[in-house]
Design a protein around this ligand. Structure first.
Ligand SMILES: Cc1cc2nc3c(=O)[nH]c(=O)nc-3n(C[C@H](O)[C@H](O)[C@H](O)COP(=O)(O)OP(=O)(O)OC[C@H]3O[C@@H](n4cnc5c(N)ncnc54)[C@H](O)[C@@H]3O)c2cc1C
Length: 389
């Protein structure tokens, strides 16, 4: 009987894990079966949604068929996962049941648009491909005025995104000669403080240079679309164009499964901070964004990528019987983003694990802010999609 490795989700973590495990076990003399279950036939590369919204990429450039993983011997099943029964090593889908020896879970996050009145009805976003196409229309017809970028909660998907969007919009407005203001209404009074003073100050200075105002709110109350106002406990902001960031919630299959909610904060799922294994089931690896807060990493694709890599190395080592060093997880993670309409931002985090404290430590700094970084970001992201075509 082959070793059955089941991967849930066809996004960043699922793709990285399925590919890495299939490649790592191929031709190594073991009988193994890698199956990926996902509810969409597309792998969509989400950082490129912003390019769709800003009119520099088409939908076809940001997605590729996930079934192309079958070239590597991965069995791809397009089915909706409904529940995990980890005690019985079983995953249930709308069509049936799958048994596994190892399970890798990377189901992203659910967007909790219904968490605040009006948030689901008003404003645009580029957190889905459909959303990005709507936002592209709104940006094309925008003739100036107050742009409010609303961040209801932290942490949210991709901490850098609202700052990238604010600088892109402010610079584009300036280039098009449009009058108005860009207001970033969120829970922070300085950008990305969890990543330390160097990263935060680089972004603060850029926002100031472009005239973006940061307004800290103490808890969103509602979006009143008829009056075009965002109302929080301490402040109200009027808008002509509202761009919104979704509150993160636990994906439904995890919310329905016993033992998959993080104690104290059910928006997230548990994971062992050092190994990414489920704290109660060591054959289950929790590599998706849903588990990043539990392991002390940012809720973004780069940490998910490294989590998937690290989990895959452990599975490959165990299946081959060669073991794997258990001395924690030290990596360098480099992130590239947009720094206005013409420049890019590159920052690096050195990630180590403090064994005594049982916690991960991040030391982050800015590497460069230049036009060439923007080109590097575009090249890297488009190569990611091209690798699946
Ligand atoms: C606009 C935007 C910009 C971003 N920019 C960056 C950036 O610059 N840098 C960065 O590091 N990160 C960025 N991110 C974040 C990054 O895309 C995510 O952190 C990353 O994709 C999370 O990986 P994941 O595998 O956990 O989830 P996802 O990539 O979301 O994948 C989840 C998968 O699970 C599937 N799925 C969900 N529910 C079910 C179900 N019930 N049954 C079966 N399948 C299911 C989905 O279809 C999907 O394939 C950005 C995101 C957005 C939206």
């Amino acid at each position: 009987m082959p070793v059955r490795i089941l991967v849930l989700g066809g996004g960043t973590g699922g793709l990285v894990a399925a590919r890495r495990i299939a490649e790592g076990l191929r031709g190594r003399g073991v009988e193994a079966e890698v199956t990926l279950i996902t509810d969409s036939e597309w792998h969509e590369f989400q950082p490129l949604y912003a390019d769709v919204a800003f009119g520099t990429a088409t939908p076809e450039e940001v997605r590729a068929p996930i079934a192309s993983l079958e070239r590597l011997g991965v069995r791809v099943r397009i089915e909706k996962v409904t529940r995990i029964d980890a005690g019985n090593r079983t995953v249930e889908t709308e069509r049936g049941r799958y048994q596994y020896d190892y399970l890798v879970v990377s189901l992203g996050v659910r967007y909790g648009w219904d968490a605040y009145p009006g948030l689901d009805r008003y404003g645009v976003h580029n957190y889905t491909l459909e959303g990005a196409l709507e936002m592209a229309k709104a940006l094309r017809s925008f003739r100036g005025g107050r742009v409010v970028i609303l961040v209801p909660e932290v942490p949210h998907r991709c901490g850098m995104y609202p700052y990238e969007a604010a600088t892109q919009i402010a610079e584009a407005m300036r280039n098009r000669g449009l009058k108005g203001e860009v207001i970033l209404m969120g829970r922070e009074d300085r950008p990305m403080t969890p990543l330390g003073p160097d990263v935060s100050e680089t972004w603060r200075a850029r926002l100031e240079e472009l005239g973006v105002e940061i307004v800290k709110h103490d808890g969103l109350q509602e979006v009143d679309g008829r009056r075009r106002v965002v109302r929080a406990g301490n402040v109200e902001e009027k808008y002509d164009l509202l761009i919104k960031v979704p509150p993160s919630r636990l994906p439904e299959p995890l919310a329905r499964s016993e033992g998959f909610q993080l104690k104290g904060d059910p928006r997230w799922a548990p994971a062992d901070p050092r190994t990414f294994r489920h704290p109660s089931y060591d054959d289950v690896f929790m590599v998706g964004e849903h588990s990043m807060p539990a392991v002390g990493l940012p809720t973004a694709g780069i940490p998910v990528h490294f989590a998937a890599d690290y989990a895959s190395e452990q599975i490959i080592g165990e299946v081959l019987g060669v073991g794997f060093p258990t001395t924690g997880y030290a990596r360098t993670m480099t992130c590239v983003g947009y720094f206005g309409a013409s420049r890019g931002y590159a920052g690096t985090c050195e990630v180590t694990f403090d064994e005594r404290a049982g916690r991960r430590r991040l030391v982050c700094y800015t590497v460069s802010t230049s036009p060439i970084i923007r080109l590097l970001k575009e090249a890297f992201y488009k190569a990611w999609i091209a690798s699946l075509k």
